[in-house]
Write a protein that binds this ligand. Structure first.
Ligand SMILES: [Fe+2]
Ligand SMILES: [Fe+2]
Length: 188
């Protein structure tokens, strides 16, 4: 906790920094605000994916997570370029929604679950992450288009497509294998 000593007496001073909300005057301000949110969300995902990979029973699922971890690294680099193209410093603002989604995923990781059931739960958690990202990047693409930020739009669209592909890949793994194994698990 930050403190300072006065010369006359020793007092603990609680530093109460007022919350400095970014002023949103126009669509461009909102665009930058949303970019900072997703930038932070992507960094949170980078930390969470390796923990999820450790719990994977299915090799196919682990490979899908590994591929998306690499994609996420590239997506962060793309966001750096987006900020650069807009003349803005690449910084994040705590994405509380992603924090909550990841906290729920971590709760599942700590469950004593059958390996196949754990795989099904991991997919459910990962798809919540992907859907949040699809919503975020979808909005960002719309704003970039409206603002005529063509370089940013191109970069954001590439990431949006990757997020959609990942979501579809996870649906395929769930429906073709993981959910079926999890359904019959207790019958073995
Ligand atoms: Fe992402
Ligand atoms: Fe993603």
């Amino acid at each position: 906790m930050p403190y300072s000593k006065s010369t006359s007496n020793c007092r603990l001073l609680i530093e109460t920094k007022p919350f400095q909300a970014m002023k949103l005057n126009n669509l461009n301000d909102l665009f930058i605000h949303e970019l900072k949110d997703i930038y932070n969300a992507e960094h949170q995902i980078m930390k969470a994916l390796p923990k999820m990979m450790e719990k994977c029973h299915s090799n196919e699922l682990r490979t899908a997570f590994q591929t998306h971890l690499q994609e996420t690294e590239t997506q962060i680099e793309r966001l750096d370029k987006v900020f650069q193209s807009l003349g803005e410093k690449a910084t994040g603002e705590k994405c509380k929604a992603m924090e909550g989604i990841i906290r729920e995923a971590e709760d599942i990781l700590s469950e004593n679950a059958d390996p196949d059931v754990m795989d099904a739960a991991l997919i459910a958690s990962a798809q919540r992450v992907e859907h949040y990202e699809i919503a975020g990047y979808g909005t960002l693409c719309t704003y970039a288009k409206q603002l005529g930020a063509t370089d940013a739009l191109h970069l954001l669209q590439m990431t949006l497509d990757e997020e959609k592909n990942t979501d579809q890949k996870l649906t395929f793994i769930a429906e073709s294998k993981v959910n079926i194994k999890a359904e019959h698990r207790s019958q073995r």
